[in-house]
Design a protein around this ligand. Sequence first.
Ligand code: PLP
Length: 367
Amino acid sequence: MKNNLELDNILKELPHGGNIYRAAKICKKAPSEIIDLSASTNPLITSREILKKIQKLFREISIFLDKYPDPECTQLKKIIAEKYKISEKAILCGNGSTELIYLSIRALSPDKVLIVEPTFIEYEKVTRISGVKKINRIFDLKKEKILKKLKTALKKEKVQAIFLCNPNNPTGWVIEKKKILEIVSEYPDITFLIDEAFIEFCEKESLLREATFYPNLIVFRSFTKFFGLAGLRLGYLVGNEKLIERLKNYKEPWSVNMFAQTLGVFLLTDKNFIKKSLQFFKKEKQYVETALQKIKVEFFPSVTNFYLLYLPKGLDLTKYLLKSGILVRNCYNFYGLNENYIRVSLKKRKENQKFLRVLKTWLKDLL
Ligand SMILES: Cc1ncc(COP(=O)(O)O)c(C=O)c1O
């Protein structure tokens, strides 16, 4: 294959999920031909029925293109506040939750940060570029052990902030809210940065409401995953009012465009989309789990729309799949993991089937 050289560099080329543009170049396809299982977004957002509604909304607001978007995201905050029964003053919207994660670290400027690993690699990146003097980590692939390790680590050395992704990317586990709150209460001097990018799959464990009255708790939410708005960029954080006022000083103005604000309002109020998406993922989860068990591929139990797989020769598989136009997230650059860990997301049935078919063929060739 002519592009072997590029395929050999595949890991360096794709440090994050979702880069269909680079993947398409590597396997000489159009980006639209890539089956992207590397980004855990909801494929139903582009279903005909939803697209029709979105196009109508976009047509209506296009006449405002020469106007600035509302810098306060007033309408969106109102809808979020109503949905979760919190104050609008406890919400700050951003251009994806990543903007807000970066902003929070800039504003809090902690000296020492603890990261619960393995997890979203941007936490490490933001701490590295923001003058954090020390990064402590705890690591485990078993959820049952992670809180115990966290408690031990905190007894040993105090930090100013903790990153905890819940549900966690890439393991797919969720830690019960009650257990997290016990630690949040015990350590009022530590700011807990809880990333709930995947919480729509288990809302009952959300700490969003608690974040409005615990002064040391910030919750990040994203429209990228469950709502599938990866390309539009929309997220928000929730914290107590005093903290929000402080964080606002660090925010660039107008980072949330008017299309994102409008779609955020639309999706949060579309109960049908939420219900259908939950049903869809439940069905696909059962289908993919059963298929993986049948071909004896090891996966970590997940409450979300992705799975962490363990496969010997994971790099080889990553390349093999890409040759068939399937992009997965090789987890080589997650702390404590290596290239034999692969994260795959659920897409529509046809795409899931193609992935399973190619995986099966690769496994057969391996024997
Ligand atoms: C846990 C987690 N948080 C946040 C993000 C980024 O979200 P956003 O697109 O809202 O910036 C990701 C994306 O991969 C993620 O996995």
